[in-house]
Design a protein around this ligand. Sequence first.
Ligand code: HXC
Length: 258
Amino acid sequence: MDDAVILSRTEGRVGVITLNRPKQLNALNDALMDALGIALLAFDVDPAIGAIVITGNDKAFAAGADIAVMADWTYMDVFQSDFITRNWETIRRVRKPVIAAVAGFAMGGGCELALSCDIIVAAESAQFALPEIKLAVLPGAGGTQRLPRAIGKAKAMDMCLSARTLSAEEADRYGLVSRVVASDQLTTETMALAQRIAGYSLPALMAIKESVNRAWESSLTEGILFERRELHARFASADAHEGMHAFMEKRKPSFSHR
Ligand code: HXC
């Protein structure tokens, strides 16, 4: 499996997917995005998994969509194959928390893939950019939509129009990433975070993810209503009663993920 475009493994209740085209800085071609989608959905339906990590290597999370493949595509090619929508958007169907562990380059589609995750943990070495303008295309894997929602119009326009690269520290300050860690601690810190999350009640995690995502897509009134319904639904779960009783009894909760 050495030439596999992704590597997939589990550690406790965490599923880890490693992007694996190091010679191309993990440039994202169809084979990789197909494999990533399949791996994500497999972890999503596996009851033994509570959280998923997507990572790359020390040099690159991913340097973007594969330019070598795209260079001669025509409009009809991308329209008929439903480029991006067909496989890149599989991640939107994942209901469990997905964490991007980013070291090195997160450029173009690589940055957009990270933005599609729920949490981004950045190594100090991480660099974020949407440099598609240099190729006379655009950040078409959600970048023009997710980036302004994440960091605001002013910073997003600057990144998209000038191809400005952000350091991990800047990305943290602007709210593009969730936290920055020492480069040699990226795996340790991300796995500790993922294991912590995966230890909580899975249906509660899913309800929270769904509710926070609603904040992006609805008015405050609609979002609050959605959140309230999710809250009320927690009282139909065994885990919510277990969590509250465990607190009262000063013991660790034992979640059944029901
Ligand atoms: C294909 C890529 C690639 C990419 C790097 N490589 N990025 N191949 N697609 N996106 C390849 C290089 O061609 C090279 O192959 C090898 O990986 C190492 O890259 P170098 O450039 O030699 O490394 P370095 O000098 O360290 O520079 C790193 C870099 C640079 C700054 C990240 O590679 C770069 O600018 N890459 C392109 C970034 C980019 O424009 N991304 C956006 C793509 S468009 P060889 O064979 O020469 O060793 C996109 C759109 C998505 O993502 C939305 C849909 C349209």
